[in-house]
Design a protein around this ligand. Structure first.
Ligand code: HT7
Ligand code: ZN
Length: 891
């Protein structure tokens, strides 16, 4: 494929000052007239005006109002080049496009009769010829004309200037965006929608209009998105002093969307999944996701829009930073609802745990596979493939480490400096880190390696106790495994938060050699070399180290801890994150041990020490239920496969099933006791305290259902029947789907009937069946079920949400079924990837990525996967998106 290199960046010879767009909207033949004032860039080498274009029909082009001279406009592989000699030139370009035939969901497309755009990363060039790069920032005006009956609402970025009616049942609207923006932030919507509206006053006293636009039938599900938007605005004002800069801010929900949402200036467009939620249709998790995605897109207004990326290699500049901001926001929102400092700390930890779970199951596999890249990649073939867990989640971890190094105030000062220097500009990650360093007089040169080195670093911690001197020496060593194109790795600057726990379980005040007094109980040690030791003095007895508290760096911690020590930290670690992590480590050890036994045909037995430690947490009523639920939930299969060498899904699944069954049975009375105690009285509200109870309650139900005794199945069926909200209904269904009891079929049918016309809820129904574990060999295979579900009238291969739920669920969240020994899962994968690729390469590529980590499996499994990868790779007319994934996988 065509490789784009970061080092090859060059500014364009001509930028654009103003853009005036006119859309005559029609499903099959939309005519776009674009008037561009192009201006020579004094900092760039001389050259033509470069315009990108894709899937466009050029109707006409005029240069300063006149027809071009012979040879003045040249067609290139990627668009047009216009040769001009003046420093300023006005191009008037007319193109014709067919939104109804655009199934890529990039550019201008149709969904349920309306028109919507998605321009990031390179969709604008599918609308009109344009220097479609983020470093070209311009002022936009937009005129929209459409059929008034089918598209009564006409929206674009910025402020509404004028509306009016026209002959032939048509109408128009004119919009103006007062801020400079890159083309990827352009948006329009023309559809039949209704809005929930609020007016709020910003910190400087301006009244702004907020609107959430949805189909009229969904108006009873938008309140939470609106509340989330208002909370986000307040938070950004309070924490970063950042205010909404427009008079109007709009969110629009659309059913067909490739990703979660898009931060277009003043006109955020969202996948319905991240807008719509009410107690009957959305789980607590859905409410949480809506809140964080609304916040994420809103926060982009400053980190992304006011200051944007110079080129797409800098994507983490806006994405890592904005994910970091939305994670901080969520933690604050969770903590705010707590009634004591300890509860607030636990609530924050629960947010942190969710973030780290996501990193371990989504980003670690990426870092260990053929697509491994630094948070700022050096090259790509298709930019759409680089909206990755590495750029987003690991990018957020890197920002979080900067906060750890500089402290709250220092970080805020760095942010302030960043906006003072770069507002209205398209910049690089060096610019951002440069501001952080300058504002704090800090040296972040070594830290910059986090931007250039791929792979998950291993951090080894070893302790040595000297009873004679009361000294504990902690040695930290680091190494990063090779990744494609990066055989050798250099040491990174790793902030390691450390505590020492005394024999009674209490944290010890820490005193490093040479210090006069003991200080805090958690200290950040800055590891900058391959290995270094720290000596803690003044200790009365050998301490238990608690390393990498709060997960202070995105690394894999290697520390030798026996079962007893893990149980001790599960019971006592004062850092709630590490307390959870101790439980995860214990579970991982037990599960991988059982998997090895299963592979060797040995009898499976859960170690007693684990049972005791697990039970102690289960029955501990003084702990936040949300936290307990996290500590008792198994690590994800995706993460465990990463830790298993070689990965083998079948014995792993046998181990997981065995563990859940045995624990469920052995502790049935405790699970039942907690289940009964945790019932939430009163009307549903989305509140962390209630959500935590529901979460632990549903977890108890899952363990009980895993055991499978008749009382357990009855309990789940009863919860399903009497559920007062979706969290309880879905929790019960998720428990029942595990069983082979007749109640499983009944509940699935009842759920389907109740929500037969509700696309988002049916996505859950598809997903649950695609990801279900088979608890008996007598049950029909999941592949047969997935195939059958594809024939359901509610399923559609052209709706990304459906594909992500059913096919994504099967390919990515059901390893044992997908990797079935006959290879039928892979043949199905190849068939679906190729079919999807004909219409929507972005979605196809996301499905294709399910097999990128194939080299971690046993040789037999690899041999079967290779066949499928080669089959896809050999397909004619493959998109660059899928070609890059399978090419790198095989390469
Ligand atoms: N910045 C947005 C990215 C996005 C996107 C990228 C490629 C193709 C389709 C897309 N839809 C949205 C989302 C975000 O990070 O906020
Ligand atoms: Zn984003």
């Amino acid at each position: 494929g065509n490789l784009i290199l970061r080092e090859a960046y060059q500014p364009l010879a001509y930028g654009v000052e103003t853009v005036d767009l006119d859309f005559n909207l029609d499903p099959q033949a939309t005519v776009v007239t674009s008037r561009l004032k192009c201006v020579r860039n004094p900092d760039a080498a001389a050259g033509p005006v470069v315009l990108f274009g894709e899937a466009l029909e050029l109707v006409s082009i005029a240069i300063d109002g006149a027809a071009p001279a012979e040879g003045q406009v040249r067609k290139t592989e990627s668009g047009l080049e216009v040769n001009v000699s003046a420093d300023e030139v006005v191009l008037t370009i007319v193109t014709r496009i067919n939104p109804s035939a655009n199934l890529t969901l990039s550019g201008l497309y149709q969904s349920r009769g309306g028109f919507y755009t998605q321009c990031e990363a390179e969709g604008f060039r599918r609308i009109t010829y344009f220097p479609d790069r983020p470093d070209v920032m311009a002022r936009y005006t937009v005129r929209l004309e459409a059929d008034a009956a089918t598209c009564p609402v006409l929206l674009s970025n910025g402020n509404l200037l004028e509306t009016g009616t026209l002959p032939n049942g048509r109408h128009f609207a004119r919009w103006e965006d007062p801020f400079l923006k890159p083309s990827y932030l352009f948006a329009l919507v023309a559809a039949e929608l209704s809005a929930l509206e609020r007016t709020v006053t910003t910190m400087s006293g301006r009244d702004v209009l907020l609107q959430v636009w949805v189909e009229a039938r969904d108006l009873d599900r938008v309140e939470h998105a609106m509340d989330s938007l208002i909370h986000s605005m307040r938070w950004d004002e309070e924490v970063f002093g950042l205010e909404l800069d427009l008079d109007r801010f709009m969110i629009v929900a659309v059913s067909d969307f490739n990703m979660g949402a898009m931060e277009n200036k003043g006109l955020n467009i969202f996948n319905t999944k991240y807008v719509l939620a009410n107690p009957d249709t959305g789980t607590d998790l859905d409410f949480e996701n809506v809140e964080s995605v609304v916040a994420h897109e809103y926060f982009h207004n400053w980190t992304g829009n006011r200051v944007t990326c110079r080129d797409w290699f800098q994507l983490t500049l806006k994405e890592g930073l904005t994910v970091f901001r939305d994670q901080q926001f969520t933690a604050d929102m969770m903590a705010r609802a707590s009634d004591s400092p300890a509860a607030a700390a636990s609530a924050r930890a629960v947010t942190r745990i969710a973030n780290v779970r996501g990193l371990r199951s989504g980003q670690f596999p990426e870092d260990a596979g053929p697509m491994a890249h630094p948070i700022r990649p050096d090259s790509y073939q298709e930019i759409n493939n680089f909206y990755t867990a590495t750029v987003y989640q690991k990018g957020a971890e890197v920002i979080r480490m900067i906060l750890t190094l500089l402290g709250r105030e220092g970080f805020r000062n760095g942010m302030d400096l960043y906006f003072s220097y770069h507002d209205g500009q398209a910049v690089t990650c060096d610019d951002f880190v440069g501001c952080m360093a300058e504002a704090n007089g800090a040296d972040l040169d070594l830290f910059m390696r986090w931007y250039s080195q791929a792979g998950t670093p291993r951090l080894k911690a070893e302790g040595a106790w000297d009873a004679a001197t009361g000294t504990y020496t902690l040695t930290l060593s680091q190494s990063t495994p090779p990744t494609p194109g990066q055989p050798e790795k250099l040491p990174l600057h790793i902030p390691v938060a450390v505590g020492l726990i005394g024999p009674d379980g209490a944290d010890l005040p820490l005193r490093l050699e040479g210090e006069a007094n003991a200080g805090d109980t958690t200290r950040v040690l800055n590891l900058k070399e391959a290995s270094r030791s720290w000596r803690f003095t003044g200790l009365a007895a050998e301490p238990v180290p608690s390393v990498l508290r709060g997960y202070s760096a995105p690394v894999i911690l290697e520390i030798d801890e026996d079962d007893e020590r893990l149980a001790f930290r599960m019971a006592h670690d004062a850092d709630p994150f590490n307390r959870w992590d101790a439980a995860q480590r214990f579970m991982e050890r037990v599960v991988l041990g059982l998997a090895a036994d299963a592979a060797a045909g040995r009898k499976l037995e859960v170690p007693q020490a684990f049972g005791h430690a697990f039970r102690a947490l289960l029955v501990n009523e003084s702990l936040d239920p949300a936290f307990v639920a996290e500590t008792l939930a198994l690590p994800s299969e995706a993460y465990l496969l990463e830790r298993m060498q070689p990965a083998d899904p079948a014995p792993l699944r046998a181990a997981l099933i065995h563990l859940m069954r045995e624990v469920g049975q052995a502790m049935q009375a405790d699970f039942l006791g907690r289940y009964l105690d945790l019932e939430v009285e009163g009307e549903y509200r989305y509140h962390p305290a209630d959500a935590g109870k529901r979460s632990l309650r549903n977890l108890c139900l899952r363990y009980l259902a895993a055991w499978g005794g008749p009382t357990a199945i009855d309990l789940a069926a009863k919860q399903f029947e009497h559920a007062g909200n979706m969290t309880e209904r879905y929790g019960a269904l998720a428990a029942l789907v595990q069983s082979d009891a007749p109640q499983r079929t009944e509940a699935l049918a009842a759920f389907h009937d109740r929500y037969r016309d509700d696309a988002l809820v049916l996505d859950k129904w598809f997903m649950l069946q695609a990801t279900a574990w088979r608890w008996s060999d007598a049950a029909p295979t999941t592949l047969d079920q997935v195939r059958a579900l594809m024939a359901n009238p509610a399923f559609s291969l052209s709706n990304p949400n459906k594909v992500y739920s059913l096919l994504g669920g099967y390919f990515k969240s059901n390893a044992a079924e997908f990797h079935r020994p006959d290879g039928a899962g892979y043949a199905f994968w190849a068939e679906q990837v190729v079919a999807l690729d004909r219409n929507n390469p972005q979605v196809a590529s996301r499905m294709a990525r399910a097999l990128e980590g194939w080299r971690k499996f046993t040789p037999e499994i690899q041999a079967r996967i290779r066949v499928a990868l080669e089959q896809v790779a050999a397909t004619e007319g493959l998109s660059p998106d899928v070609a890059e994934i399978v090419g790198k996988a095989l390469g």
